[in-house]
Design a protein around this ligand. Structure first.
Ligand code: PLP
Length: 395
């Protein structure tokens, strides 16, 4: 039979007709069970000595989570998947497995705040150092950061909140030439818009809390990569630290995947409409969206992404208080820290998520006081524009 294409895998992957008949359900069942009965002493012995595959204990594996892992692996074009309690849990599992005391991580410095904290505050406690690449659009900056202790290269593309787009094929080629794995945070694209493994990455992970689950219902994460690698992670760090994905949250992610392609298309076209509107608005100083020709990595984004997703940031003319007034005036767009969901969301990073950095560090990192991070949802873009219009009138 013909190999399934992306949209078919998103609906049927990981739960085939036979399984459907076994459970007498067209929907992947939620196996809400912490443990699984073993059919015999021999079966249990074989399971625990890894002679056979099966479900042993809910912290390590679960049939609902397994369906999600298989579907994600197929969508990313990887050998296997591993569900995690959150995007951060997924990243920590990858890094923990690749490093030891004295190792180094080389990462683009344009990363989500939680990733920045994990690499710069938590990993040093384990004797692991991060070398930040401060010009991640320049491949020689990556080359210069690599030392004999480097155990992984890490890039988030596009990045949150600065929308830096990493050239995955170029970084992947460098990683391969040095025998170091490239780890890509594919949260903002999802496999519907970019497939990093095909572009030269070795390991991909997601915060499925965002577009994959899609409705702000659940914390969730996933890793996709080689089967051997993920088997080792499952049998060691994952088993010993317990960052497993709950069956119910895996089920919500499975539901989300069924409409992922459609949603990413609409997220992207809505975002493009709104970015074009903002670009022309007299009270807006700049718009940062990879879909705009003015974005510094627009060409790279065009090469490696099917569409440009829905995260953007823009600067309001004026000062911190002007941006604050704008936020307070919004009526439809939700003011919170989240992104990648059906509702449009706005936040002022300088006053919230990046406040702790202080004004100097923020300036260095390109986080202006007047910056708004904006995640465009699935509402009618005309309604979002009407809300932006009335809020900008109050600035
Ligand atoms: C790009 C990116 N990666 C990772 C994470 C962490 O995900 P989680 O909140 O699911 O742990 C986030 C969270 O906002 C994110 O935006």
């Amino acid at each position: 039979m013909k190999k399934w294409s992306f949209d078919t895998i998103a609906i049927h992957g990981g739960f085939d007709w036979e399984e459907s008949l076994k459970y007498n359900s067209i929907v992947v069942p939620i196996i809400q069970s912490a443990v699984y009965p073993y059919e015999s002493a021999q079966y249990a012995a074989d399971l625990y000595s890894y002679k056979i595959e099966g479900y042993s204990y809910g912290r390590i594996d679960n049939p609902t989570v397994a369906a999600f892992e298989k579907r994600m692996a197929a969508l990313e074009g990887g050998e296997a998947g591993l569900g995690a309690a959150s995007g951060m849990a997924a990243l920590f599992m990858i890094v923990h497995h690749l490093v030891e005391q004295g190792s180094e991580i080389v990462s683009s410095n344009r990363v989500y705040g939680g990733t920045f904290q994990l690499f710069s505050a938590t990993m040093p406690k384990m004797g692991v150092k991060v070398r930040w690449v401060s010009q991640p659009d320049n491949i020689s900056s990556w080359e210069e950061a690599i030392t004999p202790e480097t155990r992984l290269l890490h890039v988030e593309s596009p990045s949150n909140p600065l929308l830096f787009v990493g050239d995955v094929p170029a970084i992947g080629e460098l990683a391969r030439s040095r025998g170091i794995p490239l780890v890509v945070d594919n949260t903002i694209c999802t496999p519907a818009l970019m497939r990093p493994l095909e572009l030269g990455a070795d390991i991909v992970y997601h915060s499925c809390t965002k577009y994959i689950s899609g409705n702000s219902t659940s914390l969730s994460g996933v890793i996709v990569g080689k089967k051997d690698f993920l088997t080792h992670v499952r049998r060691e760090g994952y088993r010993n630290m317990g960052p497993s994905l709950s069956p119910f949250n895996a089920w919500l992610c499975l539901l989300g995947l069924e409409s992922l392609s459609l949603r990413m298309e609409r997220h992207s076209s809505n975002a493009m409409t709104i970015a074009r509107y903002l670009e022309k608005h007299p009270k807006i100083a700049s718009v940062n969206y990879p879909g705009l020709e003015s974005h510094p990595q627009h060409k790279v984004a065009k090469r490696q992404m099917k569409a440009f997703s829905s995260l953007m940031s823009f600067n309001i003319k004026g000062e911190l208080d002007d941006a604050r007034r704008f936020i307070d005036a919004l009526q439809l767009c939700v003011h919170t820290t989240h992104l990648g969901t059906s509702k449009t969301i706005a936040i002022q990073p300088a006053a919230t998520t990046h406040w702790q950095m202080g004004p100097e560090e923020r300036k260095k990192g390109g986080i202006e006081d007047t910056m708004i991070r904006f995640s465009v949802g699935l509402e009618d873009p005309d309604d979002v524009i009407a809300d932006l219009e009335q809020a900008l009138e109050k600035v």
